[in-house]
Design a protein around this ligand. Structure first.
Ligand code: F3S
Length: 280
């Protein structure tokens, strides 16, 4: 059985950066160290950070003193101000690509556009962007959300970094015929597209796909969906221990990929396990 790893797999730049900032904080910043929400959607990494004294909290209210780290998704700037007022040291690990989306939203509102955000209403990144738009934004999850959108408006469009480009196109093509003007910032992140394209391509070439990453990670789950959509048998695992050799009894090739929040060591452990199955 041949084991092939996808061309683009594992940590993206923003997640790697957030983790680097967090590890630096464990050495240099006032303790205790908190993260507002898990710093990364990967339970194994969150556990290993806990062992170094990094505790995820749901709200500023749970952090009495020390340092709080804002994760790569970003947050409502008012929350950061609140934390500073409490006397906490605030370290901003928002991904620069998400920051760009926040600033584009702010700019469009200041220029008087009606803002449309293509993305998931409940995603923390979108909640943060909405706050930068002073809560004046329509969130569009599906093009049908625009069915009652008023005509003849000057519309500004931005998009959650992890959304598919096709969805942005569908939304824009629905807005163009009914609007006076449409100004678009394509704020989609290349890292997501590259991982999705690599997973799609590989799943067409192999018998079985193994997708490695947190079950709570939207981008990892999406990779598994993309592979299944190619009619390739796909297993989503968090660790190498979950792998059952029976999955590969009739397979000549197995593809492996990992979400943007999956560390290299988890991906490598899975590859090693597959190679071991191969040789036994
Ligand atoms: Fe940033 Fe893109 Fe990763 S927006 S957090 S580099 S998926």
């Amino acid at each position: 059985m041949k084991v092939v790893v996808a061309k683009d797999a594992g940590y993206c730049y923003g997640v790697e950066r957030a983790l680097r900032i967090t590890l630096k904080a464990t050495k240099e910043s006032p303790k205790p160290i908190f993260t507002l929400g898990p710093i990364i959607h990967n339970p194994q990494v969150v556990e290993s950070l806990k062992a170094r004294g990094v505790v995820p909290v749901h709200s500023i209210g749970e952090a009495e003193n020390g340092t709080i780290i804002i994760r790569s998704h970003g947050i409502d700037p008012k929350i950061a101000q609140e934390a500073k007022k409490k006397g906490l040291r605030v370290i901003d690990a928002t991904c620069p690509i998400v920051k760009k989306a926040q600033h584009c939203a702010q700019q469009l509102i200041e220029e008087g556009y009606d803002l449309v955000i293509v993305g998931e209403r409940k995603h923390p990144e979108v909640e943060g962007i909405v706050a930068y738009a002073r809560n004046h934004a329509l969130i569009v999850e599906q093009p049908s959300d625009l069915d009652n959108f008023p005509h003849n408006k000057r519309v500004g469009v931005i998009v959650q970094t992890t959304q598919p480009f096709e969805k942005l196109l569908l939304v824009v093509s629905k807005l163009l015929p009914i609007s006076k003007e449409v100004k678009i910032f394509n704020t989609i992140c290349d890292a997501t597209t590259a991982r999705q394209e690599a997973a799609r391509k590989l799943s067409k070439e192999v018998d079985v796909m193994v997708v490695v990453g947190g079950k709570n990670s939207a981008n990892t789950t999406r990779l598994a969906e993309i592979c299944r959509a190619e009619n390739t048998t796909t297993y989503h695992v968090e660790t190498a221990e979950e792998i059952d050799p029976k999955w590969f009894s009739n397979s000549a090739t197995v593809g492996v990929t990992a979400g943007a929040s999956t560390p290299d060591w988890l991906l490598e452990e899975v590859v090693k396990r597959l190679e071991k199955i191969n040789s036994s």
